[in-house]
Design a protein around this ligand. Structure first.
Ligand SMILES: [Zn+2]
Length: 462
């Protein structure tokens, strides 16, 4: 049966405690919330989750469809699925679909992948904006959808009915709004999700349920109208650890539920989209989910409320005066394989590897065309420096105000002559020493002429 054959989750490293929000706002939305850094967004988190799938031995070339879902794609107009394909090194002939506009986006992407032919990659990645008191969260899930899958999807159902005024974002605005009538909102969520789920023939035999969870109480309220017990609901609830991760929250809950499910267990996913729609899926079986630790959402590093505001860009209001190195878009596009895939070149005469793959061979001086050669995604620190406050070139000034001093390293690779310079991320750069092992991650490098540009940075593996 077609369904989910592999799954992976990825979360940013930092966490904000609910108590810290309570001190500032008198309201504690969740026990803990995931906080993305300045260089993370729905795109970079999605890449990180998908890379975890490929680490499990899934063939990049086999993917025929990519379905991407987020309520907060980094652009209002302009596709990100092609960037995802490029960043992941997928084939150029993949069919893409992109789903946004509400928290139902993940269900739409999943359904689209179930209807597609051949192996499909689903990426649900989100970090909604808004007030911290509303429970900011972030996270990403990647699913491989294929025939004869470990987890089959025998049934799905939908329900749609207009409910205006719930969780919407005006065109051009970053902030999520709502008329805020909570009973009305709860009723809408219950009606839409149960309206879909109650159509499923196998609803009576569900052992785990991942239900729409803007807060930790909502899944239980939905389940009250369905033949599902509290324990089943607990297995699929992650909002207390992750925060409100928009379209990704139910899928993070589903990943946790499938990670704990036995081969003959049945799981329900119930998704809600503001505006008035619900979707429900029945999933049969369990999976070993990459990125979970002992089947649970991994712990992160707690940071202060002020630090979290800074990372989310709330305290970032100064504009940086121009300057900095200008790189034209065609030039940038020409370097995408270097930026994403660490594409170097191997000299056909002496096999020396050069990065970037330009000019004459640094070893034998040959001017023959380099053969494409992708550097390993794990390397070691050969040199390191820390760029302190005020020392950054203008294109990195905004990042520095949000994330603080950053490290720049020269990365080397065992048995390879080539080295490359890159930024460090997700760590205290002072704690990184020569010889430490590093892993490549795709992050936002900077924005130029209003266009976000992405490429590889490095994170310590230890
Ligand atoms: Zn050579």
């Amino acid at each position: 049966m077609r369904g989910i054959d592999a799954a992976a989750v990825s979360l940013p490293r930092y966490r904000l405690a609910g108590e810290a929000v309570e001190e500032a706002w008198g309201r504690n939305p969740h026990r803990e919330m995931v906080v993305p850094r300045a260089d993370e967004d729905a795109f970079t988190m999605g890449i990180a989750a998908a890379e975890r799938l490929f680490e499990r031995g899934i063939e990049r070339e086999a993917i025929e469809h990519v379905a991407l879902a987020s309520t907060t794609p980094p652009l209002d107009e302009g596709l990100f699925a092609p960037r995802l394909g490029r960043a992941l090194g997928l084939g150029r002939n993949v069919e893409t679909s992109e789903h946004t506009g509400s928290t139902l986006a993940g269900a739409e992407a999943f359904s689209r992948a179930l209807d597609a032919d051949g192996p499909a990659l689903v990426v649900v990645s989100d970090c909604p904006a808004g007030d911290p008191a509303d429970g900011w969260g972030a996270g990403a899930v990647a699913l491989l959808v294929a025939d004869e899958a470990a987890v089959g999807v025998p049934e799905r159902a939908w329900h749609a009915d207009e409910y205006p005024g719930l969780r919407y974002r005006e065109r051009g605005s970053e902030d999520v709004a709502s008329i805020g009538v909570t009973t009305y909102e709860r009723d809408a969520i219950r009606e839409c999700v149960t309206g879909a789920a109650s159509q499923l023939d196998s609803i009576g035999s569900v052992a785990h349920a991942a239900l729409h969870q803007p807060d930790a109480r909502m899944p239980g309220r939905i389940a009250n109208d369905l033949p599902i017990d509290d324990e089943a609901v607990e297995h699929g609830t992650v909002v207390d650890r992750v925060g409100d991760a928009g379209a990704a929250t139910v899928f993070l809950g589903l990943a946790r539920a499938l990670g704990g499910a036995d081969a003959d267990d049945r799981t329900l996913a119930g998704v809600f989209g503001s505006g008035g729609a619900g979707a429900a899926f029945v999933l049969d079986g369990g999976l070993d989910v990459a990125g979970l630790v002992d089947g649970e959402i991994p712990d992160g590093e707690r940071i202060s409320y002020t630090n979290a505001l800074r990372k989310r860009g709330v305290l970032d209001e100064e504009e940086v005066a121009g300057g900095g190195a200008r790189v034209s878009l065609p030039t940038w596009r020409g370097s995408l394989d270097q930026r994403y895939r660490l594409r170097a070149g191997r000299c056909p005469d002496c096999e020396t590897v050069a990065f970037p793959p330009e000019g004459a061979c640094p070893h034998c001086g040959s001017r023959a065309d380099y053969e494409p050669y992708d550097l390993p995604r794990v390397g070691v620190v050969r040199a390191r420096t820390v760029v302190g406050q005020g020392g950054a070139p203008p294109e990195f000034a905004a990042q520095q105000r949000r994330d603080g001093a950053y490290g720049v390293v020269v990365v080397g690779f065992e048995g390879i002559d080539a080295t490359l310079p890159a930024q460090l991320t997700d760590c205290d750069p002072e704690s990184v020493a020569i010889g430490d092992e590093l892993r490549a991650v795709v992050r936002r490098i900077y924005e130029q002429e209003g266009i976000g540009r992405y490429g590889v940075k490095f994170v310590p593996t230890a």
